[in-house]
Write a new protein. Structure first.
Length: 296
């Protein structure tokens, strides 16, 4: 007869969600049985973060408590009003927001440059005062504009901000997003375009957010891209493909291999879990995501 002890021992070696679901216990119980995800025994090679917007039904205080309990270090994509709550639980906000005009209205539109510059210059001192050194930004949609014209416009707008970003020690991080499924017409939708933009801006205070989910949809070749272009990446996001759900064996990406590739580049920043849980027990899905990415 199988005992609780033998079941818990077996769970030590489980990563995929399917095997966990087969056991007659909830996901929360299953991953609580694996003490490694609760914080004290994390491997420490990946700094774990979570995108708050994916857990909108969970109060921020509760999400922070759970994140800290499982050894995560950050709850991200939050603005100044939320930073004190995050700090209260001993966490940071690895990638804050709070400036700009959203995803569709970005630096590729010169008519928006004055407003964008004022917005980001307004948040830089707030970030520094709170001890944060990054902020997310976006290219904007094409709206009929060529990629070449959009890049030159982005360069002009971003260069206006680099002296201030350098003064406050804040890196502006432009997100690579897919324009095929989620963000139709978005311009910064391929790694090479973003890399070329970084080169033209010419400051180490402008880098990219390599979103694994989005770039798998647009171009694939994730591990080779990470190895080739990692100096341009200031942050990473996860997400299951297809569907942006859990990152276990219900989707096509091999996240343990991807995390190992990131570690091998010498990256010391954060990896943000940005999948949208489909299971009822969202915290259990987050625990699973942390376990999968916590490579040795």
């Amino acid at each position: 007869m199988e005992t609780n002890s033998t079941r818990r021992s077996a769970l030590k070696n489980i990563i995929g969600g399917a095997a966990v679901m087969a056991a007659p216990m909830t996901l929360t119980e299953a991953f609580a049985a694996n003490e490694k995800v609760l914080g004290s025994e994390l491997n420490g090679k990946i700094n774990h973060s979570v995108a708050r917007w994916c857990y909108g039904k969970i109060p921020l205080d509760d999400l922070c408590k759970e994140a800290a309990k499982m050894g995560m270090k950050s709850v991200e994509l939050q603005g100044p009003d939320e930073w004190p709550t995050i700090k209260k639980y001993g966490l940071t906000c690895a990638l804050p927001w709070g400036a700009g005009l959203g995803i569709e209205k970005g630096f590729n539109n010169p008519a928006l440059h004055d407003e964008l510059v004022a917005s980001f210059e307004g948040i830089f001192p707030k970030l520094k005062a709170f001890g944060y050194d990054k902020v997310i930004c976006f290219s904007g949609n094409r709206n009929g504009m060529s990629d070449a014209e959009g890049m030159e416009n982005c360069v002009k707008g971003l260069k206006r901000l680099m002296p201030s970003a350098e003064k406050y020690g804040v890196t502006m991080v432009m997100e690579l997003l897919n324009s095929k499924v989620n963000h139709k017409d978005y311009m910064c939708d391929h790694t090479k375009w973003g890399v070329d933009l970084c080169d033209k801006v010419g400051s180490d205070k402008f880098k990219l957010l390599y979103d694994i989910y989005h770039m798998q949809i647009m171009e694939g070749d994730v591990i080779a891209t990470i190895k080739k272009y990692h100096p341009y990446f200031a942050h990473y996001h996860t997400g299951g493909v297809p569907g942006r759900a859990e990152i276990d064996d219900t989707q096509e990406l091999n996240y343990p291999a991807i995390m190992k590739a990131i570690v091998e580049t010498g990256y010391k920043g954060f990896v943000g879990q940005e999948f949208v849980p489909k299971r009822a027990d969202q915290i259990a899905s987050l625990r699973q995501g942390v376990q999968i990415c916590d490579v040795a």
